[in-house]
Write a protein that binds this ligand. Structure first.
Ligand code: NAD
Ligand code: GDD
Length: 338
């Protein structure tokens, strides 16, 4: 482990989003004195705004914007991407692929201004489709990304950008680190509007059912598809450990607690204290049938394992979404609201 020098400037792109917002907060909490946070959304829409950071609004699809963001930065966490859950990535493939502009131009900016380290947030969506056809899936090892047949659109872009990071290291000496995030959740994430992922969507739907008294829920697919879900605190610890490490190839960062979507709903129902009639929308976006993270490598190399189980993480997420929904209804601003 190299350890990041807290006196050197750090850039987080996508700092107005879910993981980026948390990462900026964590870097400041750890004592990093110069943290720059960049996002294209107007600041009023950032999920978290940290006053001690240098907050900039830039569209990082452009090279000039990436040069402006990267200038003088020693460490770059590149998290900006046009992304979302299944409902978004299955219906916005071109937009997802245009994130290649962000990743290309950020790498060029990092190289030009001599960044010491570069982090790329890749995804479990790089894994080959034929290894994810069963709900009882074998957990995915890093090598399972090849031969390549990733998630259409979004997954191809992530896999391509992983390769670009690798070649910037080989050809230009840029120290690039890559994590393959498996579905991350927690407070201050997207919970409505179409980009939300299953955990937040199910929390919102259960709360809506509770508030309306109409005790039913719509679930996409037959509910037997499986996933593993990683709580944001574990994601932050792993992200920092990977950035500081000497691991040059992309590595899994995810939970290995495999659950079906029906089991996810069971947990959220028990947090809410109710049972709902389930309606299955079979023609909704479903993605792969099963996906889990094989954590053998990250455990061996970094000793990293998730600390937060799904039941605990969902309870925190449910409470936060509940507060957002109550405040949206009453017009009051919830504590910690964006
Ligand atoms: P998010 O959507 O909450 O955050 C991404 C941020 O990037 C958004 O605030 C968005 O406004 C910003 N952005 C998009 N286009 C931009 C542009 N052109 N210029 C500047 N900013 C731009 O997503 P997140 O969950 O925080 O994900 C962060 C990263 O991790 C992304 O690269 C994502 O693909 C990756 N990832 C996330 C998950 C997950 O489950 N959350 C899983 C796998 C990979
Ligand atoms: N979003 C959502 N909303 N999904 C639902 C819902 C719902 O109301 N009901 C059931 N699901 C099902 C989906 O059909 C899918 O089979 C499963 O829950 C998981 O959906 P998501 O959480 O939206 O996405 P994902 O796990 O397939 O992919 C996500 O994780 C990847 C990393 O592991 C996405 O966020 C990707 O962008 C990300 O890279």
């Amino acid at each position: 482990m190299s350890g990041l020098d807290k006196n050197l400037p750090v850039l987080v792109t996508g700092g107005g989003g879910f993981i980026g917002g948390w990462l900026v907060g964590e870097l400041l909490r750890m004592g990093h004195g110069k943290v720059r946070s960049v996002d294209m959304k107007p600041q009023s829409e950032w999920y978290q705004v940290h006053d001690r950071a240098e907050n900039m609004v830039l569209d990082l699809r452009g090279l000039d914007a990436c040069r402006q963001a990267a200038r003088g930065q020693a460490y770059i966490f590149n998290l900006a991407a046009d992304m979302g859950g299944m409902g978004f990535i299955e219906t916005h493939k071109a937009e997802c692929m245009l994130s290649v502009l962000i990743n290309t131009h950020m790498l060029m900016g990092a190289r030009e201004f001599g960044a010491k380290r570069f982090f790329f947030s890749s995804s479990a969506c790089v894994y080959a489709a034929d290894k994810q056809t069963s709900a009882d899936v074998t957990a995915l090892k890093e090598a399972d990304a090849y031969p390549a047949m990733p998630e259409d659109g979004y997954g191809w872009e992530k896999l391509f950008s992983e390769r670009m990071c690798r070649h910037f290291r080989e050809d230009f000496g840029l120290i690039a680190r890559m994590a393959r995030y498996h579905n991350v959740y927690g407070p201050h994430g997207t919970w409505d509007g179409g980009r939300e992922k299953a955990q937040a969507a199910i929390c919102r739907k259960v709360i809506e059912a509770k508030q309306s008294g109409k005790h039913e829920i719509e679930i996409w697919g037959d509910g037997e598809q499986t996933r593993s879900f990683m709580y944001i605190d574990d994601c932050l610890k792993g992200t920092l450990a990977i950035m500081e490490s000497e691991i040059i190839d992309p590595i899994n960062l995810g939970s290995a607690q495999l659950v079906s979507i029906n089991q996810l709903v069971d947990i959220v129902e028990s947090i809410a204290g109710l049972k709902l009639k389930r309606r299955y929308k079979l023609d909704a976006p479903k993605g792969v049938r099963g996906r889990n993270s094989d954590n053998t490598l990250i455990k061996k190399l970094l000793g990293w394992e998730p600390d937060i189980c799904l039941e605990v993480g969902l309870e925190k997420t449910y409470r936060w979404i509940h507060d957002q929904m109550v405040s949206a209804r009453t017009g009051a601003k919830a504590v910690g609201a964006r």
